[in-house]
Design a protein around this ligand. Structure first.
Ligand SMILES: [Zn+2]
Length: 342
């Protein structure tokens, strides 16, 4: 298989599941609690001090499951809570409790009964989690090894992103990424790269419409017998549209650049922001009723496509992180009553 096909097929199948999150039942939250407008974070020297900081400044009543060796994890999380709170001037709910324990699925965090749980396995093995993320990038064809086993980036990848990714990998290989915060930043950076790369396939109707705006492309596609009638295309399922989009690029030999904007507006605290998004959301349970909305969610991430509730949490987390998101995403977020970000 050619490198091109590998990249496209690889990116096409990323979809849901690469994000390190898992979410339980929606917690009942009555009213958004107001914290101080500006909280100053200072890393604690002991676990007790960290828990006291959370209690005094964030209203988190209970820290449990942490051991002395996990001090960096608690400080990391407290910094995430503080950073988020400061971004919304204290207009946020905080978890009732904050817990460290193992749970299934390899996810980083989850919410239960108004609390947030971090996965002990994930955070204690962050180095192998990071290595795993890199191997996914290679498996998906974003990264390619040459005959000398040197790593490079597929020609389909946006140039600026390709440069950044190699820089990050070099720092990682040199052992320059040492703190949990830096490791989580890199983890989320790689994850963002995958999400941005898969967005055109998550939202194939938008991608197809962009191609069909180009008359030359339409002529080429027609001559190859590829469907170009938009009314017919709209009736296809998302999966069928994604296959059609793939065929348009491959058989139509159309140029495409994947990953533009990847790695921009990334925060080390994504998982924490996501869970706090749940603590602030007003979304009713249930799945997507509209294929169009589901595809818009796919512009945020594969995980956001799973259900409206996850779309809200994912979008909230990315907005807090300063990620630039398409207009239709912001409109859907508003329509679904996503928590305001002031
Ligand atoms: Zn979630």
């Amino acid at each position: 298989m050619s490198t091109t096909s590998k990249v496209l097929i690889g990116l096409g199948v990323i979809a849901a599941g690469v994000l390190a999150l898992k979410c339980g039942k929606a917690p009942k939250v009555s009213q958004t609690k107001k914290l101080a407008e500006k909280i100053t974070f200072k890393p604690a020297q002991t676990l007790e001090e960290a828990a006291q900081f959370g209690k005094n400044n964030l209203g988190i009543q209970n820290y449990r499951g942490f051991e002395a060796a996990d001090k960096e994890v608690v400080n990391f999380a407290n910094e995430g809570f503080v950073t988020l709170s400061n971004k919304v001037s204290g207009n946020t709910n905080m978890p009732k409790y904050f817990e460290f324990r193992n749970f299934e699925g390899g996810y980083a965090a989850t919410t239960t009964d108004g609390g947030i749980v971090l996965n002990k396995n994930f955070f204690r093995n962050i180095d192998s989690e990071l290595a795993g993320r890199l191997s996914v990038l290679e498996k998906q064809g974003v990264l390619i090894r040459n005959a000398e086993n040197q790593i490079g980036v597929s020609g389909f990848i946006d140039e600026a992103y390709a440069k950044d990714i190699l820089k990050h990998i070099e720092r990682y290989n040199k052992g320059e990424i040492t703190t949990l915060k830096d490791k989580m930043y890199l983890y989320n950076w790689f994850d963002d790269a995958l999400q941005v790369g898969s967005a055109p396939f998550n939202s194939p109707l938008k991608s197809i419409k962009a191609i069909l705006k180009n008359n030359d492309a339409v002529e080429i596609l027609k001559s190859k017998g590829i469907l170009t009638d938009i009314a017919q295309i709209e009736k296809l399922s998302t999966k069928e549209q994604a296959s059609l989009f793939m065929r348009m690029i491959k058989d139509g030999n159309l140029p495409i650049s994947i990953g533009e904007g990847a790695g921009k507006g990334v925060s080390p605290f994504h998982a924490i922001y996501h869970e706090i998004g749940h603590l602030n959301d007003n979304v009713v349970s249930g799945g997507w009723v509209s294929q169009a909305d589901e595809q818009i969610a796919g512009l945020v991430s594969g995980y956001a496509m799973t259900k409206p509730r996850e779309f809200i949490a994912e979008t909230y987390a990315k907005l807090i992180s300063g990620k630039k998101l398409p207009d239709e995403v912001l409109e859907l977020y508003k329509k679904l009553n996503g928590p305001a970000i002031i």
